[in-house]
Design a protein around this ligand. Structure first.
Ligand code: FDA
Length: 413
């Protein structure tokens, strides 16, 4: 049996970061992945340019049953520190919007950077390895200290610590598995039910018939998922997202919808303000005549694409609207700022960018990511119940939680 100090399961963003942080501190680290190469999600991220961080990342930009959990790790490794690493490797980058940093050239540069750091830190990386059982035992090689044995398709490894960095369930064809959740449960951890996040939403039959032939139409909205119970967020606020909405063949997508989807639960409603910050019908109210469907359409054309404006007018007419009094206009104005949609579902893990939920943070140490139940067992990255907004936040969590564990593993070196 080969002996290592640390075995990291999953060579994605979090696993690679953790591996070289521990390796740098003198630990013998083995990094395993069942895929044919490391960092596959990084390669497809940000449209191939990897939105590798967000300069505004704070704990408020993450969902978790415990909204405070991410604070310590995020403070311990900031976006500026990741940017310094990127600059050290000469990777050119730019801010696209809202603090989102992307490579100028290619996401491949981020993977190459992490591979180089791992190699320099002496990390042994093995791809194409299936991981089987992970168990604890009392080691003779370690003078009776409790250790782990990791059984794989290329033999068994003994180690003092196991880091679970196997990610979430999104994009199964990229190698996503429930392995991390199963391992957590095996060691007595609670797992907050994983569900698809940053995912397009699917309309029911009526809304589908009403809107989906407009697929491709996009406009700015403020989106907000109405939570069914406040307990779901443990007192944290449900944010408003002012970004673009895109109508699709199945429902809605676009950044505003993806953001709201992470807060949406089956049976819940998503509310869109389709004319954020504008009083669209004020010109109609200001006049006593010429209040009719044509005037409504003209006013809507100021804020919505033509096809959406036409459809909105028709939907209002079909719903029996047409009260042109001031009260009626005020009601129509309110509807523009609160278009409530009850999606039938989401496009699921096949299309989701992230997994919401995961290993319950109550049983993890927020500074080190170590299990409070099983010393030497760590969970980092997306497998943990910490999920970022769209815009570089999820990678920042992967880096920061990976560094927190890597430093803790190398403690004293
Ligand atoms: P990650 O999924 O990266 O890595 C897990 C690794 O574990 C994988 O290599 C997998 O093969 C391996 N593994 C799984 N099961 C295993 C098993 N049983 N045995 C061995 N290995 C196993 N975020 C962001 O901040 N900016 C962005 O631009 C994007 N863009 C983006 C695009 C798309 C299409 C997706 C799907 C996702 C994003 N994300 C993103 C999200 C981001 O990719 C994600 O949050 C991080 O990759 C999570 O990092 P982890 O290391 O935790 O998991």
């Amino acid at each position: 049996m080969q002996v290592y100090d640390v075995v990291v399961l999953g060579a994605g963003a979090a696993g690679m970061m953790c591996a070289f942080e521990a390796g740098r501190r003198g630990k013998r680290v083995l990094l395993l992945d069942h895929g044919d190469r490391v960092g596959r999600k990084i390669l497809i991220s940000g449209g191939g340019r990897c939105n590798f961080t967000n300069i505004h990342a704070k704990a408020e930009n993450f969902l978790s049953e415990n909204p405070h959990f991410a604070k310590s790790a995020l403070a311990g490794f900031t976006p500026a520190e990741f940017v310094a690493l990127v600059e050290k490797h000469g990777i050119k980058y730019h801010e696209k919007t809202l603090g989102q940093l992307f490579c100028d050239d290619s996401a491949r540069q981020i993977v190459a950077m992490l591979e180089k750091e791992c190699a320099e830190a002496g990390v042994v990386t093995r791809c194409g390895v299936s991981v089987g059982a992970v168990r604890t035992h009392v080691s003779e090689a370690r003078h009776g200290a409790p250790t782990f044995v990791v059984e794989t398709s290329t033999g068994s490894f003994e180690c003092g610590a196991v880091v679970v960095a196997t990610g979430g369930l999104s994009i199964p064809k990229m190698g996503a598995t429930a392995f991390g959740y199963e391992l957590a449960k095996q060691f007595g951890h609670n797992v907050i039910e994983p569900r698809a996040g940053l995912v397009p939403l699917v309309f029911g039959v009526k809304d589908h018939e009403r809107w989906c032939d407009l697929a491709g139409v996009a406009f700015d909205v403020v989106a907000r998922a109405e939570m069914q119970t406040q307990r779901m967020l443990r007192g944290a606020k449900v944010p408003n997202f002012k970004e673009r909405l895109l109508i699709t063949h199945r429902g809605v997508s676009g950044p505003a919808v993806l953001q709201a989807s992470s807060y949406w639960r089956p049976g819940g409603t998503v509310v869109f303000d389709v004319a954020p910050g504008q009083e669209v019908l004020r010109p109609l109210q200001a006049r006593s005549s010429g209040r009719d469907w044509d005037a409504l359409y003209a006013a809507l054309r100021g804020v919505l694409p033509q096809r959406m404006a036409e459809r909105w007018v028709r939907a209002r007419a079909d719903a029996g609207a047409g009260d042109w009094t001031n009260a009626g206009l005020e009601q129509m104005e309110r509807e523009l700022h609160a278009w409530a949609v009850k999606p039938d579902g989401s496009e699921g893990f096949v299309k989701a960018e992230v997994t919401v939920g995961g290993v319950d943070t109550n049983e993890l140490d927020a500074r080190t990511m170590e299990s409070k139940r099983v010393p030497g067992l760590y969970f980092i990255g997306e497998v943990v119940d910490v999920t970022g907004w769209l815009g570089g936040y999820n990678f920042q969590w992967a880096w920061a939680s990976g560094v927190a564990a890597g430093r803790a593993l190398g403690h004293g070196e």
